[in-house]
Design a protein around this ligand. Sequence first.
Ligand code: MRU
Length: 341
Amino acid sequence: MISPLAWDDALVLLDQRRLPECELYLRCEDYRSVVEAITTMVVRGAPAIGIAGAYGVALAAREAYAHSRDDWRTYIVPALAALRAARPTAVNLAWAVDLVARDLPALTGDPTAAILARATALHRSDRAANERMGELGAALIEPGAKVMTHCNAGALATAGYGTALGVIRSAYHLGRLQEVFATETRPWLQGARLTAWELHKDGIPVRLITDSSAAHVMRAEQVSWVIVGADRIAANGDVANKIGTFGLALAARALGVRFMVAAPLSTVDLNTANGAEIAIEERSSDEVLQVSGKRFAAAGVTALNPVFDVTPAALIDVLVTEAGLLERPSREGLARLVGGT
Ligand code: MRU
């Protein structure tokens, strides 16, 4: 199973900008290069950037302690802020940085090993959460199903196996899946470059479709489920995910296609009351105006490039987490799920 990141005395990242043409690995020896890698999408996908951020804290701790044995706690503060802010929408990043950096003042001596152990534990638990979500979500898929997925919520976006693609992998292994339709996911083409590659490598039948053909394909091919991941789930169950998800959810509801969101509890943000409070990342207009670095829009044309949108909870049929399923997510149901009751 492909993995987007590993620890080898530095953070080693599979450069997802180069896939599927070449499998190139980059070494991040300090936290600044981790921030840069997250911002420029060498590593992407909510859980994967969270894990990268956690290892970034270990690199920052190593540097801070080498700089000053007495003052490392002050020296590390800007590093934590830079890591947390590298991308704004996926809550997993800030959550992971805060988790591994908790009670820093209480750590004595060199903090690197303690923080690295926390980052490694987080890395392992994300993988286990994906496998559990895969089992739970696949149990809902009927034999012979055709499903649609958007962006890449696969092994490349997580510690491995994937959230939405974890459900799809498990459903396939249970013999329940006939075919997957992967939207190409303009402008960064996560679906075309990453999801289609991952599924094809695993021998799972996949056909790539243009984003604009999604509603038509849902109806014409009798798709039974749209299955996506998430970048942040607000306390009322609203879900931020890759731009285009909201449109897919609207089309699915209109056509009677069920809509599944698969995401670990690390994506749930009970401090954000609803979707309107979620910061939506806007990226460079060049991503819209160019393809492979070549501009195709007329000189002087400008573009708008919001890279996430919010799907209201009312359009979601089921949320799959490692702690269980939640049908028609609500504020009360989500609080119960997170609280383990
Ligand atoms: O901009 P990206 O590629 O980081 O966006 C990724 C997504 O929107 C995924 O669907 C989401 O992070 C879930 S990944 C398991």
